[in-house]
Design a protein around this ligand. Structure first.
Ligand SMILES: [Zn+2]
Length: 125
């Protein structure tokens, strides 16, 4: 059981928002990740785990770099420019790592996994 009695601070595992009310603490099914009400609504259970694992692997938290009105397309362009500026050439065998890095970047900008997938679908048309 999770308690938040005042002297213990509970932070959301995804957005790092301090959770002050016990009733606002949620735990994903089949995981020990505690999330705030907002993230609980935004992320289905399996996506909570995916996002949490990406933050463990690459650092940061949901919405850390949030910029109003920044689309998935703009994030993708920005990421590709940074990728190119580091002198890296895109290699198809690195596609999985590339995808995870890009998804992580989207999460940092406050874009949910569903919004990210929808953005990619629009870009691919
Ligand atoms: Zn949260």
């Amino acid at each position: 059981m999770v308690t938040n009695t005042g002297d213990i601070t509970v932070k959301c595992g995804l957005c790092h928002k301090e959770i002050k009310e016990r009733s606002e603490i949620h735990q994903g099914q089949a995981s020990f990740i505690l999330v705030c009400s907002e993230c609980y609504i935004l992320f289905p259970n399996e996506e909570i785990q995916i996002a949490f694992k990406l933050f463990i692997a690459y650092g940061g938290y949901f919405g850390k770099l949030k910029t109003p009105h920044l689309s998935v397309n703009e994030i993708l362009k920005k990421f590709l420019l940074e990728y190119k500026s580091k002198g890296k050439k895109f290699n198809l065998k690195d596609i999985e790592k590339f995808n995870l890095t890009l998804l992580h970047r989207a999460l940092l900008y406050g874009i949910t996994i569903q919004e990210y997938v929808q953005g990619l679908e629009i870009l691919s048309k």
